[in-house]
Design a protein around this ligand. Structure first.
Ligand SMILES: *Cc1c(COP(=O)(O)O)cnc(C)c1O
Length: 376
């Protein structure tokens, strides 16, 4: 049987200069978690995110969230409020710190953290236990969360915000880059993200001391001495200079990757907006999404599954939206404040192939399968 070429959900997309920067690392023998690609990649990111940004590149986005919580002194006995509708890596570092997650549902305009439920949760936890130590809000699928509202509540109760921008490099909120909208931001360069170093991440701040502290902790917390002296527990979380070379090459094409992903969204929207049973997430005024993944919300679980399985049959990968953390077996004992929004998205939602290297032929192939769905 003739098999059709596989279309992936969000594959890596190499630009051209990556190999040159990687070769530089080999030629200079900086095959280590330090060297000129690290400095160069951090400078590129700082330039991209804004003049007051300070970036520490790390081994993963998950490591960046872990260090962010550490830098905010999250520890055993603390509670951290975390968006429920997200990938598990947003929440796992809370557990690494011995703290407890409390999950907050999404609102329907951005599919991200509901400011109303956030405040309800804060008041509840203050009354019944103690003030939560941090808030983890997520720009899911590249769509910025309601930053003004979330920051206002965070300020009112004096709780720091960690901005999970793993999926949102290239997104902006009223012209400020995602990653720079809270106390500490994080990025991911995993293989499926808008740009990749094969694996990697970054911690983003506007405070040089926080950046330096992150680098210190990520390189085994070596105090200033000729021998190895340690007065804190360190981590091996720094990015390799080889992988930072890939990142430098990817930064050259980031803007074009955002254009390509937004074009995917516009194509799907143009072809699906006539159907009442399918809706796509719109950008509220001032919100600019990199459209990392284009997601549709269908009218029922059955329709979602039909589309997904029909695509699979044609060797096209799609995926149900993130299963909320408050529904995950591993977090079954955690508190949550929900109103059904993320459960419905999980039930009826589907991420469509969204790679920046999709061809028009690929897009046509995908849409023709979707349009064959009965009762659309
Ligand atoms: C990918 C991702 C992470 C984790 O990043 P890694 O680099 O894979 O560790 C965290 N949060 C969200 C929302 C993600 O999509």
């Amino acid at each position: 049987m003739l098999t059709k070429t596989k279309i992936y959900l969000s594959p890596p997309h190499i630009g051209g200069s990556e190999q040159k920067f990687v070769n530089d690392a080999f030629e200079t023998n900086w095959i280590a978690p330090l060297g000129s690609n690290i400095d160069g990649f951090e400078k590129d990111l700082q330039h991209y995110l804004g003049s007051n940004s300070q970036v520490a590149v790390l081994s993963s986005g998950t490591a960046a969230i872990h260090l962010a919580l550490l830098l905010l002194n999250v520890t055993k006995g603390d509670e951290v409020l975390c968006q429920s509708f997200t990938f598990s890596a947003s929440a796992n570092p809370i557990i690494y710190q011995g703290a407890t997650p409390v999950f907050i549902d999404s609102e329907s305009d951005t599919w991200n953290m509901s400011p109303e439920l956030l405040e309800i949760a804060i008041l509840d936890r203050i009354k019944k236990y103690k003030k939560p130590k941090a808030i983890i809000a997520v720009h899911l699928y590249g769509m910025p969360y309601k930053v003004t509202e979330i920051n206002a509540i965070a300020k009112k109760y004096d709780i720091p915000v960690v901005e999970d921008s793993a999926e949102a490099l290239g997104s902006t909120y009223f012209n400020t880059a995602c990653g720079m909208l809270s106390d500490i931001g994080i990025l991911s360069f995993n293989g499926n993200k808008i740009i990749t170093t094969s694996g990697g991440g970054a911690l983003v701040t506007d405070n040089l001391d926080i950046k330096n502290r992150a680098i210190f902790l990520s390189t085994q917390a070596k105090d200033n001495a000729a021998h190895y002296e340690h007065s804190s527990i360190g981590f091996n979380y720094r990015m390799s200079n080889v992988l930072a070379g890939i990142g430098r090459g990817q930064m050259e094409v980031l803007d074009s990757r955002v254009v390509a992903r937004r074009n995917n969204y516009n194509f799907y929207k143009a072809n699906l907006s006539d159907f009442n049973s399918i809706s796509l997430l719109e950008e509220p005024n001032g919100f600019f999404s990199n459209r990392w993944l284009t997601c549709i919300k269908t009218s029922s679980f059955e329709m979602r599954e039909q589309i997904r399985l029909n695509l699979l049959e044609e060797n096209i990968e799609s995926r149900p939206l993130w299963k909320p953390m408050h529904m995950q077996p591993v977090f079954k004992n955690c508190l949550y404040f929900t109103d059904g929004t993320s459960e419905e998205l999980f039930e009826k939602g589907l991420s469509l192939p969204s790679g920046s290297n999709l061809s028009q032929l690929d897009l046509d192939r995908i849409i023709s399968v979707i349009l064959k769905t009965p009762n659309l």
